[in-house]
Design a protein. Structure first.
Length: 424
């Protein structure tokens, strides 16, 4: 193997349980985003745009869709003889066999992969954030400070700081204290879960902490390195970054793409987001159809009306149907004369005619109020909704449903229909 200055290790094995039925059969990094992309496209595109041509992608939960999407890395110019993209699932070793049990444990289990490139630096990334970042600038900061570890950080509202690992720094940006999700935070400078390690520091700390249960960077590795007086610095990032870990943040991030002046711009020429492109026909908008302030994917046919929504590829929207403030993923078919408001509809769903989604008054979810909130209707991949039904807010549906599943033709707000065998 050719020696690499810096390689990236991309953690993409998370279930993303807070996305509910959207991740019942697919890993969170493989969830569709922006009508065209999948969430993992953003860190992968950041890597190649930053000149990083060697990326290990660590998968675990429901990896099939993710593996197919990544393939040999052609869309991101990562199909290389030396380096490129490598999918790294857990595997059986001679002495034991175990799943990845924490972020640092997952990296530790792939020491041999990293050693084969003898890198000077290792970039640790999460596969489920939406942002654009030039990692080369962060590496320059790391080198300039002769750092052992550099943590990408960004200011967050103080009332939200307890959700993150937060850092306190001195006037030179050296981290003096690190607190993982503190109850009473003393800083609003939050870790983004993006780290650059000097290779020697990473290797030594992973080996030293290898027996730690559920070994994690924020909870174990960073505090261990801080305790032994390693040089740890905070690289402050001030661009757009969003953890789309909840249905609310996922919906909000999609809606922000279609603002008049979007905070996160998909159309910048100098920093493109790459993805696997399907071979599909052009989109079609019928003569009496209407589309306003929306993203429409290739191959979509619109015979109704679409307002302020993100529509994926190969979707069919029937005549008389009105869609507002919604995310409709690819190859979904929606019948005639439907009304769909503030809904997230996953791939290959079929919605019958004369259906109403997002109606009625607020009610908390009876299935999981922490997941199904934000007044959203959430429908899992491959679901079927029969004709003439109404669905309230904070609802979840997964599977092939029938008219008998909707007493009086209604799923009231807060309700859920999860067919046997489907996960929530």
């Amino acid at each position: 193997m050719i020696k690499k200055e810096m390689i990236a290790m991309l953690l993409a094995g998370g279930q993303g349980s807070r996305l509910g039925v959207l991740t019942a059969g697919v890993a969170k990094p493989a969830v569709a985003f922006g009508g065209k992309y999948r969430i993992i496209d953003f860190p992968l595109s950041n890597c190649i745009n930053s000149g990083i041509d060697t990326v290990g992608v660590l998968t675990q939960y429901q990896p099939l869709r993710l593996n197919r999407h990544i393939g040999i890395g052609i869309p991101w110019d990562l199909d290389r003889n030396n380096g490129g993209v490598t999918v790294l699932p857990p595997y059986e070793k001679s002495d034991n066999s175990e799943w990845y049990t924490g972020t640092a444990n997952a990296i530790y289990q792939n020491l041999r992969y990293m050693e084969s490139y003898d890198p000077d630096y290792v970039l640790i990334l999460s596969g489920d954030h939406i942002y654009k970042m030039d990692y080369e600038v962060m590496l320059d900061f790391h080198k300039a400070n002769n750092a052992d570890i550099t943590i990408a950080t960004m200011p967050v509202p103080m009332e939200e700081a307890s959700r993150f690992g937060v850092v306190l720094t001195d006037e030179n940006k050296r981290i003096t204290e690190f607190e993982e999700k503190p109850e009473h935070p003393r800083s609003n400078l939050a870790s983004m879960g993006i780290y650059i390690f000097s290779w020697k520091t990473l290797r030594e700390s992973l080996i030293a902490m290898k027996d730690q249960s559920n070994c994690d960077f924020g909870k174990h590795i960073i505090p261990y390195c801080h305790e032994r007086k390693d040089r740890i610095f905070a690289y402050e990032y001030n661009g757009y970054w969003k953890d789309v870990g909840t249905l609310g943040s996922y919906w909000e991030a999609n809606m922000e793409l279609i603002d008049l002046i979007p905070e996160f711009n998909l159309y910048e020429e100098y920093w493109k987001i790459y993805t696997k492109n399907e071979i599909v026909a052009p989109q079609f908008v019928a003569a009496d159809a209407r589309v306003d302030k929306s993203i429409i994917g290739e191959g979509t046919e619109i015979y109704g009306e679409v307002y302020n929504s993100v529509i994926g590829a190969g979707v069919t929207i029937g005549k008389g149907t009105v869609i507002r403030d919604s995310i409709i993923m690819k190859e979904t078919v929606i019948g005639e004369n439907c009304s769909i408001e503030k809904s997230i509809v996953a791939d290959k769903t079929v919605i019958g005619k004369d259906c109403k989604l997002g109606v009625g008054e607020y009610a908390p979810s009876t299935l999981n109020p922490k997941v199904y909130a934000f007044d959203l209707v959430t429908i899992g991949e491959g679901s079927v909704i029969p004709d003439h039904v109404s669905i309230g807010k904070n609802t979840a549906i997964s599977g092939v449903t029938e008219a008998a599943d909707y007493p009086d033709g209604m799923l009231p707000s807060g309700g859920a229909i999860i067919k046997e065998g489907d996960r929530v």
